[in-house]
Design a protein. Sequence first.
Length: 99
Amino acid sequence: MSKKRRTFNAQFKSKVALEALREQETLAQIASRYDVLPVQVSQWKSQLLSAAPASFARKGSHKKQLEEHDEKESRLYQKIGQLEVELDWLKKKSAQFKR
């Protein structure tokens, strides 16, 4: 028999991670209280710390990043199209030389 994997919602994860950040108890104690592994508590804590700066970022910077991403993506698709046309042209020309 296999165990069913448990899933935790974001609210629970943030609650546990915040307790780990307070460092009033060890990770093992927190993990024991919430019935999770200490490694999981540590991962959630790290995840919270890495995401924290984004919550204080300016609202416009996220929009700017999305626009830059879209612009870069469109340039890449344009380059892919150009390379496909060149490849087709080269295939056609190489077939003419094989005759």
